[in-house]
Ligand binder design. Sequence first.
Ligand code: MG
Length: 246
Amino acid sequence: MREPFYLVDFDGVVCDSRAECMVTGYAAYRELKGEPFEPAFTVDDVPADAAEAFIRFRYLARTAREFMVIWDLIEAGSAIDPDLPLDRQWEIDAARIMRYHELFYATRYRWMERDERSWVAIHALFPGMKEWLVARLAEGRAHLVSSKDSRSILTILRNNGVELPDDLVSGNEGGDKPGHFRRLIEEHPGRELYFIDDNLENLEMAAAQGIAGCLCTWGYTWEGGIEAAKRQGFPTLGLDGLAQLA
Ligand SMILES: [Mg+2]
């Protein structure tokens, strides 16, 4: 069997960034609402019940801008449906969500530039993923594909002792995942591409382009998502099975 070339999602696969997304996203949301709010950039910025709800339902958002919808639902006191896409739970104003996107990234970069150490420290790499990624990169068999910005990915990895050239990261500044896949298929003719993600919709989208993949159950997912992936025939993998991806 040919050795696969791995296309690897970042958030929820390599890195647990939920706390950072919560703190950054909450500060951006307060600004969106025009409220005076000066973040200390710690988890204590977010009221405990809102924090718990955000962490629990983080998986419903596929991009940072969609965090706005989670905050809207939380602030409205709406019961969040764990199985329903966010755009079917809340009417999304296109201009407002773009404004939130801008505020989110401005807030993130403000934090990174003010105190990169605390910004990096709030992220955690999933156990064993650093070693797995370093081994695959050394073999020339991994490429990161993410809806996160490449600058953040490279900063987190560099501060965890992983140096990689920026052309091995396809982040959101270069387009979306479907576009990255189309390009990567062209760039790697004859190779067997294999996609690792924690989001079923992304796996479906990759499959539509002929790229096989598996759902990481250690990432941002929930029972319903894992069951749905199994029903559709996607392999599911826990951290204890990581060695299978050699
Ligand atoms: Mg993910």
